[in-house]
Design a protein. Structure first.
Length: 173
């Protein structure tokens, strides 16, 4: 959380929870992030850069796995209700598969979860059972970007899938 809080972000740092945050204890993760000044978006939205000709809506939804931990699961409608309907929308949703339900309702969805497949010996075995593994996809009017991240799950290794920290620069159309 301290490293994220140190990011040079004019409009603050925002985060959403992922499945491993629930395994570790979502309340503790939220408290740690919030204590570092990070805005945890759980089915919430906020307007960014309103002084720059209207700005855009930054939305965040809870993780799909939250239902297994007593929460209601991701609710995009609730996040959308927090921002004016005429703004361009960027959604933070940990699991990329949510784009199938929400494509067309947001301009961009930023996701992770897959670790880029983690093991890629010349082909992506993860692609055999995951529709969105890494990189950019166009899904019914929504651009989805799936970040490979820098962690691992299971065996602490990566083969042919380098870690990734992505910098996305937004420009007015």
């Amino acid at each position: 959380a301290r490293k994220l809080a140190d990011l040079p972000a004019r409009d603050g740092v925002a985060a959403v929870l992922g499945n491993h945050d629930y395994y570790a204890g979502a309340d503790a993760v939220i408290a740690t992030l919030a204590g570092a000044g990070i805005d945890v978006l759980r089915d919430a939205g906020r307007r960014i850069r309103s002084a720059d000709g209207g700005g855009f809506a930054l939305l965040g939804v809870d993780d799909l796995s939250s239902e297994k931990h007593g929460r209601t699961g991701p609710r995009l409608a609730r996040a959308l209700s927090a921002v004016p309907p005429d703004l361009a929308r960027i959604l933070l949703s940990h699991q990329p598969s949510t784009v199938d339900a929400w494509a067309g309702q947001v301009a961009v969805q930023l996701s992770g979860h897959t670790h880029g497949g983690q093991i890629n010996p010349g082909f992506s075995p993860a692609g055999l059972f995951m529709k969105y593994v890494a990189g950019a996809y166009e899904v019914n009017g929504t651009t989805l970007y799936v970040n490979r991240g820098f962690g691992t799950v299971g065996a602490p290794s990566r083969v042919g899938v380098p870690p990734e920290v992505t910098r996305i620069v937004l420009v007015a159309a």
